[in-house]
Design a protein around this ligand. Sequence first.
Ligand SMILES: *[C@@H]1O[C@H](CO)[C@@H](O)[C@H](O)[C@H]1NC(C)=O
Length: 438
Amino acid sequence: MRLSLLTLVACLGRLVAANPLATDDQRTLDQYALSLYHSDAFDTLRGIARAQYIKTLKKYHVPITEQTSSDVDTAINELVFSSIQKSVNADPANPRVYWVDTASRTHDWYGLHVVGGRYSYDNPDCIYRLIPISDKYTYKIHGRKFGNGVADFSFSLISNPNSQNTVHALYGKDLQVNDDGSYTITISSSHSDAPNHIRSNGKAVQLFVRHNLGDWATETPDALRVEIVDKPAHPKQYTKKDTIAYAKQNLRESTFFYGFGALDFKTYTQPVNHPKSPEQSQILGTLTSQAQSFAPFDLEDDQALVVTLTQGKSTYFVVPIYTDGMITTQPDKRLVSLNNKQSFQNHNGSYTYVISKQDPGVHNWLDTSGRKTGTMMIRWQGLPTSGDGPKGIHVYPQVVPFSRLKDVLPKETRYVSHAQRQKQLQERVQNYNRLHYQ
Ligand SMILES: *[C@@H]1O[C@H](CO)[C@@H](O)[C@H](O)[C@H]1NC(C)=O
């Protein structure tokens, strides 16, 4: 009886809120991107990207085992696809909403086998969508929020799809939504104090939209549609040749921004097994609503990295674990990330995680997926943009022998049985599939 009622509720829920990611534009763009991916146009650049990643890892004495090598290959293939995905929807006179930066969607997605396109430090909680923009035109983004919406979201106008460089942004808390959940955002180069307006300029090329889901079972990203208001009669045509050239440019830039910038400069320059408390960002006085902590890990089979952290003023945070290629491993099936809503909280409001290869039997386990080395990027979002955002956020890491875990974990730690772990993992798969398959 209970089961059938649940099934009914699930069916109704589906009717009311069909997956907002399963659109015709998504299918068309995925199809086009895949056709370019399966050509040989990117073979040379793929090799250069691979060499850059390996060079960085060797510089920091990371042993290039068969596992590491295959992790880098996987990451580079996804980097190539992401560069193409950023290019097939790059015409600001013909804008579409395109969901990108996902792990592979290999079944039941309009019959397509969509390969992964995660380019650097994917967040399994996050739905990323991009819309091409030019300051020559005026756009309306028609949005629709479902229920109470998601844990955190933002609309960033960026000047480079690879390094981002935000021109202007509209943050979740500032978005004005009608009673029925609908809203309209305008984007143009004109100045306006009207709500939900984002001002573009000559540098802006893309609107990058992030929806972070805290509770995967109930939160749904907004439905989005883009309208160009004053489309010119004869806009420049984007040919296949243009698209390939742009994808190559993206791949070259990505190789630098991620292979050097993210992997080397941001991550491997940090102490091993020691994620630090995030510092206040003062880059050119920009406002920050996000703080992050990067670190490489290197753990023996009988070791665990115990990390206790505080939430500070953030509304949302997530602790994801990556391979040395900076992508998560099977984010649907493995515990490679936990956000604040998915985690067990200590009595004093902090959170404690065990990062290890072996299952430690605690709720807050982060699985290294059999890897000895890899990386992490902890992030806190929804921070006040006044500048003292990261204040009150602390990270306390400690490497301990696996056998001594009980001695260092808080008394209140939630331990899980084998059956409870199976349930936690089953729910993860089910909730992930709700959005990632059609
Ligand atoms: C909060 O609890 C954690 C886990 O027991 C502990 O490690 C930490 O020191 C506590 N923080 C404070 C400020 O007492």
